[in-house]
Design a protein around this ligand. Sequence first.
Ligand code: ADP
Length: 159
Amino acid sequence: MTTVLYPGSFDPIHNGHLEIIEVASRLFDEVVVAAVRNPQKGEPLFSLADRQAMIEESTSSLGNVRVTMFSSLVVALARDVGADFIVKGLRVVSDFESELMMAQMNHAVSGVDTLFIPSGSKYSYLASKFIREIARYGGDVSSMVPEAVNKRLRERYDS
Ligand code: ADP
């Protein structure tokens, strides 16, 4: 049985993330999606609990996906959930540079390997920071995020 860990800020989860989760759920026996508190990204839009709830609602049709949250090291969580690999999505070449360094560092400190899943071109331009920005100014992001996220963004910004 192969378990993989897919960590990220997911503030909020969007269709690009979902695509990676769907591919991972086809490839591996169990996928643990973990929303992380990342102080480097500043004050988040959604709380960790809200982000977890949105991921759960958006992946409820995938039987082998479970969702958690954490504020420790990714490699510590990988060990705690019994993950064989960390899975990361790659959008563009610039992602690769930072993700490769992170993968090598994670391997150096824990021996855990990282597997990259490339984004399909359809969603490779999506990033949570753009979703937050568009929604804040009243733009329509319904084609870029699951309904669980669209609903919460509308609740937050529709007056
Ligand atoms: P974001 O950059 O959207 O805030 P996260 O920090 O939550 O994303 O990213 C978690 C993981 O998902 C990272 O491995 C990131 O490269 C990947 N990812 C983010 N956006 C996409 C996308 N549009 N397609 C594929 N993978 C993505």
